[in-house]
Design a protein around this ligand. Structure first.
Ligand code: SF4
Ligand code: SF4
Length: 389
């Protein structure tokens, strides 16, 4: 008999939950939370109850009393459905943050809130999920905030997941500005299982110290750059994505900022063994038109990322997303700009910047090829000696 389910509930598809501060949701969709308690203490949540609540929700969907109209609902044979362990846990436990970004949707009051002691530690909760067999082998954790490196035991949590789940992965959305925390993460990630897939996602939004301070509210540009380069040098992440959120007041659309960011991006690429990607976005709180200056800034970022660095550009987050018609329109405009930019007449300084970025990108690729060649020779030698011994 066929029954209704969805990818968030059915472990045979994926299975997941989302935690946002004092609320635990069955998904990141329009569902009601399982828990909504100001004093929620993660170390005390009954995992049996959580498992039961997921099963009850599945029943309610089939009775037509929950999740009506959700586009993720599908029908499957009953025996193919398993409301069991989860593959994905998304956590945005709090709004507290050390920065004060102009585009942030949290208020200053929320960002300044002291972390509740019962919600500063993640590891006890993860261990209890694990003890109840609630996490699948290919378990994946996504962390956002506020600033998630403020979790006291984040590095230990990564280590626990990597040690106990052989195909696990994590994505960390962090501002990368707290040096003491990034150093601890570097130290622990050096020691994780080699199959543990690690992704970092950091918004930069500036190419100068002054602009960073103006947009992010703290003078931490130099720290952020140093921390991300350290992550890259220590091979901490398999994938680093750097984001640029364009501001409609044009405070970060000048060539000085755009090329400043691109030169920093190139520096990270030089040190990063894994992959790199760029996300271009714009302030979603603003309703001003996506004017020529915004299009030019976004188009230049897109052109250099795709044509010179040869990397992926993603559009996700705020005002530049593929999922809305306004976002699609804006993306088309910036892509057209990028297409014409190569042959367009440019000021001498811009030509010089592009030449330098192109030149160092070629050197970088030669360097990578040379390293690959050295690794291949080493591997051939090992195989050869294994055969003759
Ligand atoms: S049916 Fe939709 S709203 Fe309900 S839990 Fe699944 S994804 Fe969430
Ligand atoms: S880093 Fe994120 S959470 Fe912190 S102020 Fe900026 S946008 Fe808000």
């Amino acid at each position: 008999m066929k029954k209704k389910t969805c990818p968030w509930l059915d472990s045979n598809i994926r299975g997941g939950i989302q935690i946002l501060n004092n609320r635990i949701y069955p998904c990141c969709g329009p569902s009601k939370p399982f828990y909504n308690d100001e004093n929620l203490d993660y170390s005390k949540i009954s995992i049996e109850e959580l498992i039961e609540k997921r099963k009850e929700l599945q029943e309610k969907i089939n009775e037509g009393t929950a999740c009506q109209g959700c586009e993720q609902i599908i029908e499957k044979e009953e025996e193919d459905i398993n409301i069991g362990p989860i593959t994905y846990l998304s956590i945005g436990l709090f709004s507290t943050c050390n920065l004060r970004c102009k585009y942030c949707y949290f208020t200053d009051d929320e960002l300044s809130q002291k972390l509740k002691p019962e919600r500063t530690h993640l590891l006890p909760f993860i261990k209890r999920l694990s003890k109840h067999g609630f996490m699948k082998k290919d378990f994946s954790i996504g962390l956002a905030g506020g600033e998630p490196t403020l979790f006291e035991d984040l590095p230990e949590t990564f280590k626990f997941i990597s040690d106990n789940y052989e195909k696990s992965s994590m994505v960390l959305l962090s501002n990368s500005s707290i040096t003491s925390r990034t150093q601890k993460i570097i130290d622990v990630l050096k020691d994780t299982n080699e199959n543990f897939d690690k992704g970092l996602y950091t918004s930069i939004d500036a190419g100068t110290k002054e602009t960073y301070k103006l947009i992010r509210g703290r003078d931490l540009y130099t720290e952020v750059k140093k921390n991300i380069i350290n992550y890259a040098k220590n091979n901490s992440f398999n994938r680093i994505t750097l984001k640029y959120i364009l501001m409609f007041d044009h405070s970060n659309t000048s060539n000085k900022d755009i090329f400043g960011f691109l030169f920093f991006f190139k520096e990270v690429m030089k040190n990063q063994k894994g992959t790199m990607a760029m996300t271009i976005d714009c302030d979603m709180l603003s309703h001003e038109p996506f004017d020529d200056e915004m299009i030019a800034a976004a188009g230049k970022l897109y052109y250099v990322a795709r044509d010179i660095f040869g990397i992926e550009v993603a559009f996700c987050g705020g005002g530049l997303v593929n999922s809305t018609s306004k976002g699609q329109e804006r993306i088309k405009l910036l892509q057209n700009y990028a297409k014409n930019y190569k042959t367009a007449k440019k000021p001498l300084i811009e030509k010089f910047y592009l030449f330098l970025l192109g030149y160092s990108s070629v050197l970088n690729n030669i360097n990578r090829l040379f390293k690959l060649y050295k690794r291949t020779i080493k591997l051939i030698k090992i195989l050869y000696f294994q055969q003759i011994n």
